[in-house]
Design a binder for this molecule. Structure first.
Ligand SMILES: N[C@@H](CCOP(=O)(O)O)C(=O)O
Length: 494
C-alpha cells in the first residue's frame, strides 16, 4: 500500500514514512493511494472477534510493512484492561430499535481520541525503527480540548519522542484544561495560546513549514511530526470503530447481514466522519454520513451549498472540541471526490488566500449523495441532553447531543429511519457544568466538585481518570501569543 499527498501523487510513501512525517512536504495530507475493499465474508468473520482482533485485521489492510504479530502486540497494549474500562472497548448502546450510540469514551482520557492516540505511539515508534530514524521526534499538537490530553497520555514517557500541545486559552472546558496542565511525564509540554483553535492549528502548520526552524532543530537532533488527525496514523485506528460497531449490531442481531445503516458524527476537524467515509469505501453498508456541527457550522453550509467559507464569527460553544472553522481533513475528502490533486491544491490555495472556495457542481453532487449536514446552537444542545436523559435515562455530553439533534433534524426532514449509529465522543463528566445545567441544576459547584454533583444527580460514578485530577499538581501555566508559539517549542527542545 502506497501513500501520496493530497496535493501531488508523483511521489509515493510507505505507511511508516506517512506516519513519521505526519504532514506531506508540500503541505498536503498523506492519504492511501486507494482504499482497500474488505473481502466478501469479512464482516461475518469479524463479528465474533474482540475489538483488538478486529483492529489488527482492519489496520493490516493498510499497513503491509507491519506484521500481524506487531499489530497484535500494539492492539493488546493500546486497548487492554489497564487502558479501557470495558472489555468491549467501544461498546454500542441501543436507545431504541434503530438508534444506536457508539460510546468512544471508555479510554484513559474519557474521549474518542483515545481510540487512535493509544495506538499511534506504537505505530510511530515502530515506524521510527523501520526507517532507522535516529533523531527524536517532536510531536506538535493543536487541540480544542480532547486531542491534547489524548496525545499527552499516549506519548508520555515514550522513548525517542517529545510532545508539545497548544490549546486556546479560553476555548476548552475546565476539566479539559486541568487534564492537560496536570499531565505527568518527562517528555511533555503544554502551552496555552491567546487565540482560538484555528489560530493554534494554523500556528502549528506554520511551525511545520518553517525551514529555518526545522534546520535549527535538526542540529539539536529533533524533527517534527503530528498527532492531530492530519496524521494518517490517527485516522486509520478510527476506521476500526465504525466497522466494529457494524459487527456488534450484526452479532447482536440488531441488523441483518448486508443491511444498510447511517452514521451520525459530531465533527470539527472532519477526521472522525472521514474515518466513517473510509469504512464505507471499504465495503461497510453505510448509507448516509450525517455531519453534525455546533454554531461553528462551516461544514453544514459546505455540504448544503458547496461553498466553504471560514470568514464568519468564531463561537466559543459548550461543545468546544468542535469549535473549529478550518476543518483540515476535508482536504482528504476533496482528494477522494475529485481524484485530482491540482483541483485540491487550488481549493486549498483559495482557502489560504481568501478564506473561501467553492467546489464544482459535479463534486457537490458527489458530496451530497453521501453526506448530510446539520447544526445546532447551545440552547438546543442543552435541551437535547435533558431530553435524552429523561426519555432514555441516558446521559450524554454536549458533542454527542449535537449529533442527536442532527439525527433528529435529518429524520424529520427525510423521513428516513434507517438504523443509525450516533457517535458519542466524550464522557459527559468532561463537561459537568453544562450537563448539570441541562439537567436543570441552577447552582453548579465550582471546579472538580461539579464531578461529584453530577454523580449525585445521576447516580453515575465519575470516571476515575477525572476524579483523580484532584490530587494532581499543576505543571504548566505558560500562555503565549499565537505569533510566539515557536518560543515554546525552542525552549522545550534544548
Ligand atoms: N477536536 C479536536 C481538534 C483537533 O482535531 P484532530 O482530530 O485533528 O486532532 C480536539 O479535541 O482537540
Amino acid at each position: 500500500m502506497q501513500y501520496v499527498s493530497t496535493r501531488d501523487v508523483s511521489t509515493s510513501y510507505m505507511a511508516s514514512q506517512a506516519i513519521i512525517q505526519g504532514l506531506a512536504p508540500d503541505g498536503g495530507l498523506m492519504t492511501p493511494f486507494y482504499i482497500p475493499k474488505l473481502p466478501g465474508k469479512a464482516l461475518e468473520d469479524l463479528k465474533s472477534m474482540s475489538y483488538q482482533h478486529r483492529a489488527v485485521y482492519i489496520m493490516k489492510q493498510f499497513l503491509e510493512e507491519f506484521s500481524v504479530k506487531e499489530l497484535t502486540d500494539f492492539a493488546a497494549a493500546a486497548y487492554g484492561p489497564e487502558k479501557f474500562d470495558t472489555p468491549a472497548v467501544a461498546p454500542v448502546r441501543s436507545l431504541d430499535g434503530n438508534t444506536h450510540c457508539l460510546e468512544l469514551w471508555h479510554g484513559p482520557t474519557c474521549a474518542f481520541k483515545d481510540m487512535a492516540l493509544q495506538m499511534l505511539p506504537h505505530l510511530l515508534t515502530a515506524s521510527l525503527t523501520k526507517r532507522e530514524e535516529e533523531k527524536t521526534v517532536c510531536i506538535l499538537v493543536a487541540t480544542s480540548g480532547d486531542t491534547g490530553k489524548g496525545a499527552l497520555e499516549g506519548f508520555k514517557d515514550v522513548p525517542h519522542t517529545r510532545i508539545m500541545v497548544f490549546y486556546p486559552r479560553d476555548g476548552v472546558s475546565q476539566v479539559q484544561e486541568l487534564q492537560m496542565v496536570t499531565q505527568e511525564g518527562n517528555n511533555v509540554g503544554v502551552t496555552a495560546v491567546r487565540g482560538n483553535f484555528d489560530d493554534a492549528q494554523s500556528g502549528v502548520k506554520r511551525l511545520f513549514s518553517d525551514g529555518e526552524l526545522r534546520r535549527t532543530l535538526a542540529d539539536r537532533g529533533f524533527f517534527f511530526s503530528s498527532a492531530n488527525s492530519i496524521n494518517w496514523g490517527r485516522v486509520l485506528p478510527q476506521i476500526v470503530y465504525y466497522i466494529s460497531a457494524y459487527c456488534d449490531l450484526l452479532r447482536d442481531e440488531k441488523i441483518a447481514p448486508g443491511q444498510t445503516i447511517n452514521v451520525c458524527v459530531p465533527t470539527g476537524n472532519f477526521g472522525n466522519i472521514l474515518a466513517a467515509y473510509y469504512a464505507r469505501e471499504m465495503g461497510v453498508p453505510i448509507g448516509k454520513l450525517i455531519c453534525a456541527s455546533n454554531s461553528n457550522n462551516v461544514l453544514t453550509d459546505f455540504i448544503r451549498t458547496g461553498v466553504y467559507d471560514r470568514k464568519r464569527p468564531f463561537h466559543n460553544t459548550m461543545s468546544p472540541s468542535m469549535d473549529i472553522l478550518i476543518s483540515s481533513n476535508l482536504e482528504r475528502l476533496l482528494f477522494a471526490l475529485t481524484q485530482d490533486t491540482q483541483e485540491v491544491k487550488q481549493y486549498m490555495e483559495q482557502l489560504n488566500a481568501s478564506g473561501r472556495y467553492e467546489v464544482r457542481k459535479p463534486i457537490l453532487e458527489r458530496l451530497q449523495k453521501l453526506f448530510q449536514g446539520y447544526c445546532c446552537d447551545d440552547r438546543e444542545t442543552q435541551r437535547v441532553i435533558g431530553e435524552v436523559y429523561r426519555q432514555h435515562d441516558y446521559l450524554i455530553d454536549p458533542h454527542t447531543a449535537v449529533a442527536f439533534s442532527a439525527l433528529d433534524q435529518y429524520r424529520k426532514e427525510s423521513g428516513d429511519d434507517t438504523p443509525c449509529v450516533v457517535v458519542s465522543t466524550a464522557s459527559p463528566f468532561k463537561f459537568c457544568d453544562n450537563v448539570l445545567g441541562a439537567l436543570g441544576v441552577t447552582e453548579v459547584a465550582q471546579g472538580l466538585d461539579a464531578l461529584d454533583q453530577l454523580s449525585a444527580k445521576t447516580g453515575l460514578p465519575a470516571p476515575a481518570p477525572l476524579s483523580s485530577l484532584r490530587n494532581k499538581e499543576i505543571r504548566f501555566t505558560r500562555t503565549v501569543e499565537k505569533e510566539n508559539m515557536v518560543d515554546a517549542v525552542l525552549s522545550m527542545l534544548v
